[in-house]
Ligand binder design. Structure first.
Ligand SMILES: O=P(O)(O)OC[C@@H](O)[C@@H](O)c1c[nH]c2ccccc12
Length: 260
């Protein structure tokens, strides 16, 4: 399965990163960082539809995403229309990198989430040092013990966690952990197919008081109409914004449709 492959490659990259900056040094830098996080939670909790705009240059399901807009232009548009920014930092399958996160940090006052395959504490310290306000944790690649350890570490550094699930079993694990922000990935990780109905199904398990984000495959006005009925607080949008000449206009239109 592709996910196993991505995690294997991640382990190799992690070794390289640790050779450049040792785990002790990275931890020290994170703990000494005086930068105050911008609340990812608050940005998503406000009334109406919240949107997380993603900076992503490629993905295993779509290959290279062909866009002419520079990072700067895209982030300018995000600054004017979305509530938070997601930056892919995975190198081998999404053409990302931690350097993009640092660049986006310089260009934006919005909360930023590090989007990667987190399998080690090191990556959470690294996110903090690079200027992130939140990290993604993917239930499908973590056991309960790791999930809790990474979750607690992130919060102890002042970072929020978006806990990603994609089926009932993972949702039950996220609820057991009492995660504050839960994201449903509409993409089936085995065959890449998209079904927004995953968001609807899993929303039925949600207790009051959680922030609920629908991730992946949201691309058309009809999708927004459908998700209106699914108790979502926010959406995570990658491809549709990366391919668009004017993501700002799309984000504004979708917020309007959701609120009508
Ligand atoms: O480009 P899309 O279909 O709008 O999807 C965005 C985001 O949900 C997707 O990039 C994503 C969701 N979970 C992930 C985990 C790792 C890498 C990427 C992702």
């Amino acid at each position: 399965m592709i996910l196993d492959r991505i995690v294997e490659d991640k382990r190799i990259r992690l070794k390289e990163h640790k050779q450049r900056i040792s785990p002790e040094e990275m931890k020290k830098m994170a703990l000494e960082s005086t930068r105050k996080s911008i609340s990812f939670y608050d940005a998503l909790a406000k009334e109406g539809l919240s949107i997380i705009g993603e900076f992503k240059k490629a993905s295993p399901s779509m290959g290279i995403i062909n866009n002419k807009l520079e990072l700067t232009d895209r982030i300018d548009q995000y600054n004017a229309s979305v509530d938070a920014i997601s930056v892919l930092t995975e190198e081998d399958h999404f053409n990302g990198g931690i350097s993009y996160l640092k660049k986006v940090r310089e260009l934006s006052g919005l909360p930023i989430i590090r989007k990667d395959f987190v399998i080690d504490e090191y990556q959470i310290y690294e996110a903090k040092v690079a200027g992130a306000d939140a990290v993604l944790l993917i239930a499908a690649i973590l056991n309960d013990d790791e999930m809790k350890r990474f979750y607690d570490l992130a919060y102890s550094l002042g970072l929020d966690v978006l806990l990603e699930v994609h089926d009932e079993e993972e949702m039950a694990r996220a609820l057991k952990l009492d995660a504050k922000i839960i994201g449903v990935n509409n993409r089936n990780l085995k065959d890449f197919s998209i079904s927004l109905d995953t968001t609807r199904r899993l929303s039925e398990m949600l207790p009051e008081g959680k922030l609920f984000i629908s991730e992946s495959g949201v691309a058309a006005d009809e999708d927004i109409e459908f998700l209106k009925g699914c108790r979502v607080n926010g959406l995570l949008i990658g491809r549709a914004f990366m391919e668009s000449e004017n993501p700002m206009e799309v984000a504004k239109r979708w917020k309007k449709i959701f609120e009508e």
